[in-house]
Design a protein around this ligand. Structure first.
Ligand SMILES: [Zn+2]
Length: 303
């Protein structure tokens, strides 16, 4: 059984010319329907609840959360989050984090689960950054430590941008290992130190990317021996992404996602995947890139 978490509220009304493709979650959901994900009895759809204050307080400061709820954070395009604040934005952000938490809970039962959103890795404990208001990966890792008493959680961040917020939040937390593969020329221009960083040059394509991924991931899985893996499958490593400087193909995305999920499954490690970044005005093309994660997962549970 492959649990997939989705909420229609992930996509909200959005300024037409805003560079963040807020409608992509809805288009991805429709794409998964087109790919017959609704017709399969080995796929279980889950509708998440908004993340609770209790869960959020493990990854964020009370002061920041209060300002986030009340809109007392700077949220114009030139300010840290890049988002225009609204009550609807708060609600969809809480649903997105709730979705990653639901995927984590499901993966603890089934071994593998996916969220059709998530991967907001630039958010810090006390501030927004780069289209990220709350850090779902950090909240989810804390959830695993607190609710399941895990002692080793690995975050595999394959978004083209470095997971700087996550790295910083867990800089002094030995129970959470952060691995980030990212474009060295991409945002954030001031990188934080993850437990393991793999900075890739402009134009890195499928084969070189996969070689660097395998060289980094396998030793961590063998040595750190995580009890859970959070996987950020950012699609902004794609050659046609508007923001990313890497050059993966659709099939390269599939191979990457299959590789990460298979490495976890082979070792019996539960894994929850989130879609991460992806920026393209062509939402159908973007949805197809994000769909590769779901196709790879489906192939794995069918093996
Ligand atoms: Zn990104």
């Amino acid at each position: 059984m492959l649990p997939i978490v989705h909420h229609p509220g992930y996509s909200i009304e959005w300024p037409e010319r805003h560079p963040f493709p807020m409608a992509k979650f809805r288009v991805l959901r429709r794409r998964l329907s087109t790919l017959a994900f609704d017709d399969r009895d080995d796929v279980g759809w889950i509708t998440p609840a908004p993340a609770t204050g209790k869960a959020l307080l493990r990854g964020h400061t009370a002061d920041y959360l209060q300002r986030f709820y009340l809109g007392e954070i700077a949220t114009t395009r030139r300010t840290p989050s890049g988002f225009p604040w609204s009550p609807a934005l708060v609600e969809r952000t809480l649903l997105e984090v709730g979705g990653t938490l639901a995927a984590v809970d499901s993966a603890m039962e089934t071994g593998l689960a996916l969220n059709t959103a998530g991967g907001t890795h630039h958010a810090y404990a006390d501030r927004a950054s780069g289209y990220c208001l709350l850090n779902d990966l950090a909240v989810a890792a804390h959830h695993l430590l607190a609710e399941y008493r895990l002692e080793r959680v690995l975050i595999v961040d394959c978004d083209v941008h470095q997971g700087d917020g996550t790295a910083w939040i867990f800089r002094d937390e030995p129970r959470v290992f952060t691995l980030s593969l990212h474009g060295e020329a991409n945002f954030p221009f001031e990188k934080r130190q993850s437990d393991r960083d793999v900075a890739l040059p402009r134009g890195t394509g499928d084969d070189a990317y996969l070689a660097r991924l395998e060289a980094a991931l396998d030793p961590i899985l063998n040595d750190f021996r995580p009890q859970f893996v959070l996987f950020d499958a950012g699609a902004d490593v794609h050659a046609d992404d508007r923001l990313g400087h890497l050059a993966l193909s659709d099939h390269g995305l599939y191979r990457r996602d299959h590789r990460v999920l298979a490495a976890c499954r082979r070792r019996g490690i539960p894994v929850a995947g989130v879609i991460g970044g992806g920026y393209d005005r062509d939402l159908e093309a973007l949805a197809e890139r994000h769909a590769q994660l779901f196709l790879a997962a489906l192939a794995l549970i069918s093996e």
